[in-house]
Design a protein around this ligand. Structure first.
Ligand code: PBG
Length: 326
């Protein structure tokens, strides 16, 4: 007896496979995370993120030009300040490095590609936490909200089209929406890091932004517990109710079930962050000749799309966009 079903018919040629593919992956689906450092003359390579740099303003512009030429959908900016303090005041300083860079990108690129600003305090606080601390060393949620509001307004004034709160404080989206609207920035989009897990995969990022959490601390008191799945939906629904325009799941590969759940339950645009550790693992195995890194990168980014994300924040943005464009 021959099998009645012959799925292999549809796999016979590249043209057939392309025609029946359920998922697409193209440069416009990528948002590139970029780091810009204050007071630096030369870009500095980030060893745990091969191909990535703490940029100067001018190397940042060059990189964004290349990303734009490759058709990438957007960029998300992280500032690396020279000085940090207890409150993270560099985050909302109009002369702070992120604001300087946003203004400068706005001047060159206008609305030609989507410029996003990560909105958090950890790059700017001396203790490395995402919010301000109480005297007992725990993060004060509500005092932090006010500072997030100020930061959002500073980023909007500097020309960010999207602000992306990543600190996982309760009520952060609502507080930021109110602050933006009160300042006349009704059009600024909020992309919420809605389901952000306390993950071991952020290591290379901390090198990239020079963040070390004081006293061997961690973020388990505000980021989500990787054992929890339903909780992600509660977090994301709360963000949408508070006015999030786009929601994110982070990290990506270890949380594809969450991406799939949120896709099924919510009707707002959804993205996932393929984080620094995910990139570093592929790069390291590739450098050892253990895997074909481009093939694995495309497979992983496709998986994120297949799970239901509309777009992906990824350190592979430029490399894979250029590869797809060949
Ligand atoms: C917090 C923030 C982090 C990342 C993005 N925003 C680090 C953290 O939560 O500790 C990590 C991104 C990555 O690993 O690529 N501002």
């Amino acid at each position: 007896m021959f099998p009645a079903e012959r799925p292999r018919r549809l796999r016979r040629t590249p043209a057939l496979r392309r025609l029946v593919a359920e998922t697409t992956l193209s440069p416009v689906d990528f948002v590139a995370p970029l780091f810009v450092a204050e007071g630096r003359d030369e870009p500095r390579a980030i060893s745990a993120l091969p191909g990535h740099f703490q940029h100067t303003l001018s190397s940042l512009h060059e990189e964004v030009r290349a990303l734009h030429a490759a058709g990438v959908g957007g960029v998300i900016l992280f500032g690396v300040p020279e000085e940090k303090d207890e409150f993270g005041s560099g985050a909302w300083d109009p002369r702070g490095i992120a604001q300087v860079a946003l203004r400068s990108l706005r001047d060159e690129f206008g609305d030609d590609l989507v410029v996003m600003a990560d909105l958090c305090l950890d790059e700017y606080t001396s203790h490395g936490h995402c919010g301000v601390l109480r005297s007992d060393g725990t993060v004060d949620n509500d005092a932090t909200l006010e500072l997030y509001g100020r930061t959002a307004v500073a980023q909007a004034e500097a020309g960010a089209a999207v602000v992306a709160p990543s600190g996982m404080m309760d009520g952060q989206v609502g507080a930021i929406r109110t602050a933006l609207d009160d300042a006349g920035f009704e059009e600024i989009i909020i992309m919420a890091y809605a389901a952000k897990y306390a993950s071991g995969l952020y290591g290379p990022f901390r090198e990239a932004v020079g963040v070390e959490i004081a006293n061997g601390g961690d973020r388990h008191g505000y980021q989500q517990d990787s054992r929890n799945r339903r909780e992600a939906l509660r977090e994301a629904r709360a963000d949408v109710e508070q006015g999030a325009d786009i929601v994110m799941v982070k990290p990506a590969m270890t949380y594809l079930d969450i991406v799939s759940d949120l896709r099924a339950e919510l009707d707002v645009p959804l993205c996932a962050y393929h984080v620094s550790g995910e990139y570093a693992m592929v790069k390291a195995a590739g450098a050892n000749g253990w895997i074909d890194e481009k093939a694995v990168a495309i497979e992983q980014l496709t998986a994120v799309r297949r799970a239901g994300a509309d777009f992906v924040l990824t350190y592979f943005a430029r490399e894979i966009a250029e590869e797809l464009g060949r």
